[in-house]
Design a protein around this ligand. Structure first.
Ligand code: AMP
Length: 219
């Protein structure tokens, strides 16, 4: 399909990947492909897949490459994904990045945005993060929707993620450094990596990303 745009947003947990990915999708008519959201939805629905991955998610470990590769490949067969997608939380390691190249043979990833923040800020942000179980909108603990426990967008329940607890956060940061950080080199070698400071107001982060997309004439 002509004109399919695929973007990868990389970054530590709490760097703002979800927020920025959703904004890019709204702006450019792309689908948000968040493997974390897909897996959490499976756990919440009580599907067989959810039962299989619940403990892995709660412990902050990664689920198998085979499983997430399949989820992403299936997502790309759906009609709404034909204009392209913003990949958030996938790929998480080199094997997944290679699998993604196999999935996107005709329209490879056009840009990988690395959202950068210090680890101390990750702990601060994640400890205060609350998430709508229905639409996955994130809130700070001090936001009205987090205090009331009801999402202002969809009326869903706003809760703290079970893996946003201190031990799981530490584990996820280790996994990021070990498995995901090497992807920066992978995309740098393909000349499609851009670094964006994630420690700015969300609107400024969005502007920095959209500027990069425009500079490269991708939008
Ligand atoms: P996230 O919402 O991206 O932080 O993902 C939440 C959890 O889902 C992770 O801690 C992993 O257990 C699992 N997960 C999400 N994406 C992947 C992936 N690409 N590979 C393996 N596990 C993943």
């Amino acid at each position: 399909m002509a004109g399919q745009l695929n973007l990868v947003v990389l970054g530590k947990q709490g760097a703002g990947k979800g927020t920025q990915s959703r904004r890019l999708c709204d702006r450019y008519g792309l689908v948000h492909i968040s493997t974390g959201d897909m897996l959490r939805a499976a756990v919440q629905n009580g599907s067989a897949l959810g039962d299989e991955v619940r403990a892995v998610l709660d412990g902050g470990q990664l689920v198998s490459d085979d499983l997430v590769n399949r989820l992403v490949a299936e997502r790309y067969t759906m009609p709404d994904a034909q204009a392209g997608g913003v990949l958030d939380g996938f790929p998480r390691n080199l094997a997944q990045a290679e699998a993604l190249e196999g999935i996107l043979v005709e329209h490879p990833v056009a840009l990988c945005v690395s959202l950068e923040i210090d680890s101390h800020l990750v702990i601060e942000r994640l400890s205060a993060r609350r998430v709508c179980q229905e639409c996955a909108t994130t809130y700070a603990a001090s936001d009205p929707s987090a205090i009331s426990g009801t999402c202002e967008k969809c009326g869903g329940d706003v809760v703290q993620r079970s893996d946003d607890q201190p031990e799981a956060i530490a584990r996820r940061l280790e996994v990021f450094e070990r498995d995901t950080a090497p992807l920066l080199d992978f995309y740098e070698r393909r000349s499609i990596l851009v670094h964006v400071d994630g420690d700015q107001a969300p609107d400024d982060v969005t502007r920095a990303i959209t500027d990069r997309l425009e500079e490269r004439a991708l939008v």
